[in-house]
Write a protein that binds this ligand. Structure first.
Ligand SMILES: [Fe+2]
Length: 478
């Protein structure tokens, strides 16, 4: 979830509002719109204007994105970027045209806060009102972190509670429905892993106890088991291979429960970053690896080589400063120039050794070809964090790095791989994503050809308005 400080600052610079960092910024900067309330009614479906190139033949489907879109009622504000209400955006591409629509997830949290016209529910970084009816995880569920397709449903994901089910066409909320009655309200991470055959794996985390969810491609529960990882680490993302579940256990651990939740965690830089590897067919078969202390939100994905070596890429920072301080201060429109995340490759050897391969490439929101979830691959796309607003593509096999700079007035968000119909190569795909164009004060949709990222987008469409920054999305090809 880490939109980089440098990226944000670059957008400020374009707005003429940047001072030496750290600095406080006026509420009316274009950047601040990325963390301002979206219209309560959302955005009705409207055509986007093609401003560059043309839609590639065969590109048909919808990009769905989710992220916090409502932060305050008057002076009553969330305490952290991660606590805004889920705002789901749909970018539909058909017949060479793009259309945009967006709606808030209609959650119990949003309903009661709209009724009271105040932020009252506790959250990840929000203390909440003493009389808030926070009697279950789903009462606090902001449904604001990601989205996934499961059968005919679109699920808005949070990490502390259940998926919220939406209509993928209208974005109307159908509410939460437990996978099984005795599992109601159990946590379900915002980073599920979908095997090439469609099977869905996910985790739900409560201290050292982790639910391992296994669902069919249609989202029907196949299995749910609780394991103990032996560590009370914050787990936001994880990875799978064909045979194994890879659970990184970073040294940011919950040792007590205080409000807000983010204050319950302690950074233990003297502790290693552990990685738990479980056999998909037998969770009692486990191995533990150790790497130096580091903090992460996101992995690219993992794969396993013939000799048993497991590789997974992730974006790491030296500590948890972003989540404990910076993402909290952003709500007050105060941006620090903190440490950027670096894309690294963790290598887990069959003999128990582990090592980290550094790239010196700074960035976040790593994305990979989802046709290859858990399988060997070459590529990882990142939102590059070099001070310009750049989409980057790392090739692990050759070491090559391609990139495209959008320019300082653009704030780049996650770009997703979308397969070209009937093609199977990793480069037979497009990268589809969104930027906030501060100069045009508009949200833009871009399509890149993965084979030629450095040439820039092959097509760009622009909305008449800016939508808030989002976190993650999914591409649903037609
Ligand atoms: Fe995330």
């Amino acid at each position: 979830m880490n939109v980089s400080r440098r990226t944000l600052l670059a957008s400020f610079a374009a707005a003429g509002a940047m001072a030496a960092a750290p600095a406080a910024f006026a509420a009316d900067t274009p950047w601040s719109l990325g963390l301002e309330n979206a219209p309560a009614e959302g955005f009705p479906e409207a055509a986007m204007r093609l401003v560059h190139g043309r839609a590639p033949a065969g590109l048909e489907g919808a990009l769905y994105r989710n992220g916090p879109g409502w932060f305050r009622y008057g002076a009553s504000a969330t305490g952290h970027w991660f606590d805004g209400d889920g705002f789901i955006q749909r970018f539909a591409i058909a017949d060479g045209r793009a259309r945009h629509s967006a709606r808030f997830a209609d959650t119990p949290k949003r309903r009661i806060e709209q009724q009271r016209q105040a932020i009252i529910m506790p959250g990840f970084g929000t203390r909440g009102a003493p009389d808030a009816p926070a009697d279950s995880a789903d009462a606090m569920n902001a449904a604001n972190t990601s989205v996934m397709m499961a059968g005919d449903e679109l699920w808005a994901l949070w990490e502390g509670g259940s998926p919220t089910r939406l209509d993928p066409n209208t974005l109307e909320t159908h509410g939460v429905r437990p996978f099984r009655e005795d599992l109601a309200g159990m946590p379900f991470l915002a980073h599920p892993k979908v095997e090439p055959n469609g099977r869905i794996w996910n985790l739900g985390v409560n201290g050292s106890r982790v639910v391992i969810w296994r669902l069919s491609a249609n989202g029907v529960l196949e299995d749910a088991q609780v394991i103990d990882t032996g560590a009370r680490s914050y787990i936001h993302d994880w990875a799978v291979t064909e045979r194994h579940l890879i659970i990184p256990l970073q040294p940011w651990t919950i040792d007590r429960f205080v409000a807000p939740i983010v204050d319950s965690y302690t950074w233990r830089g003297d502790q290693p970053f552990r990685v738990l590897v479980l056999d998909k067919n037998d969770y009692s078969s486990r191995r533990m690896y150790e790497l130096p202390a580091m903090f992460f939100f996101h992995t690219g994905d993992a794969w396993e080589e013939n000799d048993g070596t497991i590789r997974f890429d992730l974006c790491v920072t030296p500590d948890a400063h972003f989540v404990t301080e910076e993402a909290r201060n952003m709500i007050n429109r105060h941006v620090e120039d903190g440490a950027s995340a670096e894309l690294v490759m963790a290598v887990l050897h069959a003999d128990g050794r582990a090592e980290l391969q550094r790239t010196r490439r700074l960035g976040e929101f790593p994305q990979t070809d989802r046709r290859r979830q858990g399988l060997a691959r070459d590529l990882t796309a990142i939102v590059d964090d070099r001070g310009d607003n750049i989409l980057g593509l790392m090739n692990w096999r050759t070491g090559a790095y391609e990139s495209f700079a959008f320019g300082p007035h653009q704030m780049v968000q996650e770009h997703l791989f979308a397969a070209k119909p009937g093609r199977t190569g990793e480069r037979d795909a497009w990268l589809i994503g969104v930027t906030l164009n501060a100069r045009a004060r508009a949200t833009e949709l871009h399509v890149f050809d993965v084979a030629r990222v450095s040439d820039g987008p092959v097509a760009t469409w622009r909305s008449r308005y800016m939508a808030p920054l989002g976190f993650h999305g999914t591409w649903a090809g037609a």
